[in-house]
Design a protein around this ligand. Structure first.
Ligand code: FAD
Length: 441
């Protein structure tokens, strides 16, 4: 047991000192810890933007539970301990000719964290890490320390798996996850700056394997990224990629934004400059290297999921709210300062709390640079009101303020399973209590 230490999430917005911090080294240790603790919450890697990890009680670090337990290349299946980081798992899969079908923007997270928030990439053929088409088995340590195994090939487990595939850390500690994978593959990456109207053509997200674009506040040009499966093998890798190497990974961005925050009204020109600097890129690489980048510039983020055909309405609301706050006077004025991200996803199967609600889904993420001040919360709350008008549902690992449980038809069913597995609320931290009690943040 380590001495108490302050937990800070990746964005540094959330800080809390748990009473106790533990780092179990084995399943048996994890079980006895859960059994004897009053209240526990698990830390993946702290990449969530909201307070889903934060607890004043016992915080369990999952990073020592990071083994590949079983890999069957013929069946294309892998079983891992939930503390393993995606960036450590991807190369192991590659060496065995396997890969996840779709990945998000970074690979720093732990598998248990990815699953508990429904982390996703982009691509209409695939769902998130909580999708029942790929997540076929789980083992959870329940409140009494017992181990519950759930398997997709056992019909009697089906409803429980639907609850556990996206459990918000409230059903138990996930010990292991079993995934059905794809063959290892290469992706051909292309990036281009185009007018927003061009990127809005549905044919693009329907035909490209992984399609997305970045929209810049106060601009009508977007940076469009396509990634398609190819039989070609890696050429120059991603080293030449402007977006990753110069825009996202480079400290220049942070420096420019920090300086701009001293004269925030200049942000529109800076965003314009970014769209001009963005060059066309084209390369082939291993899928997991082409999908994920390293994000060194810290930001705060809210991301909402919408019915597929609502993305243009969501984007219109986003740009309207950006302009609304930029035109306000005095302390009310706030400038959106970071590109927003637009992605598309097939619906997750077999997951009660997936923001996709099982349907093809579009996502819009609004991001802000912290130096632009505390006005971001008012700004996000206004955006959220607009997003809810068009049936938006928040990403569980990002900032949101309105309780979204009213839009989940199976929330009561999920909550009954939660209560039956954890009658004393051992896995409820203040964040989760707020959610299950139907209160807003
Ligand atoms: C720079 C950046 C880029 C991102 N890109 C994307 C993206 O492309 N797509 C996307 O969808 N999201 C993205 N996210 C969000 C991120 O993927 C999610 O918030 C994810 O949950 C973080 O994983 P983590 O391991 O850090 O989990 P944490 O933030 O540590 O935990 C998340 C939740 O999972 C619970 N938990 C963790 N492990 C376990 C376990 N073993 N058992 C039970 N509960 C557990 C925690 O208690 C908490 O409730 C990004 C975040 C950042 C900071």
């Amino acid at each position: 047991m380590a001495s108490p230490e302050v937990f800070r999430n990746w964005s540094r917005l959330v800080q809390v000192k748990p009473q106790e911090v533990s780092r179990p080294q084995s399943l048996a240790e994890l079980q006895s810890l859960v059994k004897k603790s009053r209240k526990v919450r698990v830390l993946g890697t702290g990449h969530s933007f909201n307070a889903c990890v934060a607890t004043p009680d016992t915080l369990i670090h999952s990073d020592a539970l990071n083994r590949v337990l079983h890999l069957d290349a013929a069946k294309k299946q892998v079983k891992v301990e939930a503390g393993i980081k995606l960036k450590d798992l991807n190369p192991v899969l590659w060496q065995n000719g396997l890969a996840f079908p779709s990945l998000g923007d970074i690979a720093e997270q732990a598998m248990g964290g990815l699953v508990s928030t429904g982390t996703h990439g982009t691509g209409l053929q695939w769902g998130s890490f909580s999708d029942g088409q790929i997540l076929i088995g789980m083992e959870l340590v329940l409140a009494d320390g017992s181990l519950l195994e759930l398997r997709a090939d056992r019909p009697e487990d089906a409803t429980f798996l639907e609850a556990a595939r996206l459990g918000l850390g409230c059903l138990g500690v996930i010990y292991s996850l079993t995934y059905q994978l794809d063959d290892a593959h290469h992706l051909e990456f292309c990036s281009r700056v185009v007018p927003q109207e061009e990127a809005a053509d549905p044919a693009l997200y329907k035909t490209h394997d992984h399609f997305e674009y970045f929209t810049f506040p106060f601009q009508d040009q977007v940076l469009m990224l396509t990634r398609d499966r190819t039989t070609r093998t890696a050429d120059k890798g991603k080293l030449g990629a402007w977006f990753n190497d110069v825009f996202m990974e480079n400290f220049l961005l942070a420096t420019v934004l920090r300086l701009t925050s001293l004269w925030p009204s200049k942000i529109a020109s800076v965003m314009g400059l970014m769209t001009h600097l963005a060059s066309e890129e084209h390369y082939v690489g291993r899928a997991y290297e082409v999908m994920a980048s390293i994000r060194r510039v810290r930001f705060f983020e809210m991301e909402y999921a919408f019915p597929l055909d609502q993305i243009n309405a969501a984007l219109a609301a986003y740009h309207d709210v950006n302009r609304f706050y930029a035109q306000k006077q005095g302390a009310e004025r706030y400038y959106a300062s970071f590109p927003g991200e637009v992605r598309f996803l097939g619906g997750d199967k077999g997951s009660m709390l997936s923001p996709t609600l099982g349907q093809p889904t579009s996502y819009l993420a609004a991001q802000v640079f912290p130096s632009f001040g505390p006005g971001f919360e008012r700004y996000f709350r206004t955006l959220e009101e607009e997003f809810r008008k068009i049936k938006g549902r928040p990403h569980w690992g990002k900032l949101f303020y309105r309780n979204p449980m009213d839009v989940y038809p199976r929330f009561e069913e999920w909550n009954r399973i939660r209560q039956s597995w954890d009658p004393g609320g051992k896995f409820l931290n203040p964040f989760a209590e707020t959610l299950v009690q139907g209160r807003n943040f």
